[in-house]
Design a protein around this ligand. Sequence first.
Ligand code: ATP
Ligand code: MG
Length: 335
Amino acid sequence: MDQRYTLAPEALGPTITIGEILVEIMATTVGNGFREAQSLIGPFPSGAPAIFIDQVAKLGGACGIVSAVGDDDFGHLNIDRLARDGVDVSAIAVLPDLPTGSAFVRYRPDGARDFVFNIGKSASGATAMTGQARDLIARAGHVHVMGSAFAIPGIAPIILEAVSVVKARGGTVSFDPNVRKELMSGGGEAKRQFDSVLDVTDLLLPSGEELSIAAGVDGEVLAIESLLACGISEVVLKRGRQGSSHYSRSHGAVDCPAFAVEEIDPTGAGDCFGATYLTCRRKGHAPQQALRYANAAGARNVTRQGPMEGTSSLAELDAFIAANLVLSDQGKVSA
Ligand code: ATP
Ligand code: MG
């Protein structure tokens, strides 16, 4: 195999993902929850898998998503946005009897967030395998698995089928665990699904405690070594304002600092980062270059209100990198 590629090159077929499409509606004021009338802004297209796939499309990567929305304005808002940006929307089912999923979010004074979700009993919650989904999966070159999607019961079998079909044709798998420790303790169904995806993962994209959950050992160095020893080709750590790092047998350790920006809305940074890193690697960029673009995509996204409003084209990332300074390890701005 060409040494530049540890992930399936773009020529093998589109990047696909499976999971929830939502609208997000945000409180315009900081405060505690929604137990009073207040002003809101939205609906914004959202859902971690949807943000991810929109970012792949913006970079010119062929891509598609398996999901479901209702036959309502929230659903059509999402389909129109994804289609406009270049996502294959053929495997998004439009369900007549269920509303599109939604998330209301309000920031508290300490930065924590209160949510009101409608996912389980929404169209997203009823996502199922369809003929269109099978067609898309049959053509795909890479599957991105979003850990949060496993919260929807019908989605796990679709993910596992997609992974096995795409792997059988020489494709690859990336995995953003997106989980909390509490969900993984006790060795239940969630942990079994997590481990079955980990077994076939080529690129792992953890942040925070997800690294030690995935590795089953504490300590960054030990955890990374154990994951590489298990056959994962690349581990890429997302470190928020501390930037990101790549680890692999072929390229060793590569660190890249974050950009100095004012954070307006952090939702979606990890999804934009992952989509950009993956797409750059599938295009044949070296890890250093892929990390730089991915850090720029994450940083640019947090400067925009609305989770999908800050997805970026390559030209926008080039302009962003030229115009913004990076943060040093100590959090100081440097050239
Ligand atoms: P999420 O909160 O969406 O789940 P995550 O925890 O998966 O995100 P983060 O590390 O928060 O991922 O963000 C991904 C990348 O985006 C970081 O590695 C960094 O490059 C960039 N980024 C995120 N937040 C900021 C910020 N406030 N300033 C600069 N860059 C940021
Ligand atoms: Mg974060």
